[in-house]
Structure formats: C-alpha cells, structure tokens
Design a protein around this ligand. Structure first.
Ligand SMILES: CC(C)(COP(=O)(O)OP(=O)(O)OC[C@H]1O[C@@H](n2cnc3c(N)ncnc32)[C@H](O)[C@@H]1OP(=O)(O)O)[C@@H](O)C(=O)NCCC(=O)NCCS
Length: 107
C-alpha cells in the first residue's frame, strides 16, 4: 500500500522516500507515525526530509503533521541535474522544479 525508507545518522532520522500507492487513505500518516515512534525508540532528536518546491502536496502533508521548513536550498536541483540529467524540469501542477526544501520535526 505504501513505502517509507529512512536512514539514521548520528541522532537524526532522515526520511529518504515516502510513497502511498493510493493517496488520501491514511497510508502516509500511518507510515509517518510508525517512523516517528521508531525514531523516538532510537533516541533520535529529529526527523527530517528533503522535498522540492513543486511538491505542494508534500508541503501540506508534512506541515499539517508538525513539520516545519528548516531551510530552502535555492536552485539545488540544477546541481542535481548535473549528476542526474533525467530529472524533469517541470513537476506537479506544472511548477518548475528548482529548489530543495528541508523540513524537520523535533522530537
Ligand atoms: C505525500 C503522501 C506520502 C501523503 O500520503 P497519503 O497516504 O496520501 O496521506 P494520508 O492519506 O495519510 O493523508 C492525506 C489526507 O487524506 C486524509 N485522509 C486520511 N485517511 C483518509 C481516509 N480513510 N479517507 C479519506 N481521507 C483520508 C487525511 O486527513 C489527509 O488530509 P490532511 O492532509 O488535510 O490532514 C502521498 O501524497 C504521496 O505518496 N505523494 C507522492 C510522493 C511524495 O510526494 N512523497 C513525499 C516526498 S518527500
């Protein structure tokens, strides 16, 4: 139904990917709750992730679940494209993909 992948480094848990096959059915919330419980068990101080400026759905989803914007890396995707040229130029809702946005929730 969905998949969340993560990496723990130092005392921080990074959500690397989060995908729900069917959206709006509580799958994303369930996976997020579970990984936060795991992060607390592992004594992590925060959960963080990177999303892109076009991903309005993710910005909404995380902000409604107590995640805050930590930093914005403007034009970071242009750098990523040098390594991964297949990255699309236009993302969700026809928005140009340009910036990386770091979000976090302190535990
Ligand atoms: C972002 C993403 C992971 C969210 O997952 P999701 O499973 O759709 O999220 P949920 O269903 O838990 O919550 C979404 C909304 O549906 C609502 N919802 C939850 N269960 C529901 C149900 N049974 N019936 C109807 N609506 C429901 C929630 O209230 C929520 O609304 P809110 O944000 O206003 O609170 C998903 O949209 C996705 O896979 N996106 C593509 C990949 C992506 O962008 N990943 C994140 C990159 S960092």
């Amino acid at each position: 139904m969905g998949l969340l992948t993560y990496n723990i480094s130092d005392d921080e848990l990074e959500i690397v990917t989060l995908n729900a096959i069917e959206e709006g059915k509580g799958i994303g919330t369930a996976l997020l709750d579970e990984v936060e419980t795991h992060a607390k068990m592992k004594k992590c101080s925060r959960v963080w992730l990177i999303t892109t400026n076009d991903n309005i759905d993710a910005l909404r989803f995380y902000q409604k679940r107590q995640y805050e914007i930590k930093s914005v890396h403007r034009y970071a995707i242009e750098e990523s494209r040098k390594i991964k040229p297949q990255l699309p130029f236009v993302g969700k809702y026809g928005i140009p993909i340009r910036d990386e946005i770091e979000m976090e929730k302190l535990l």
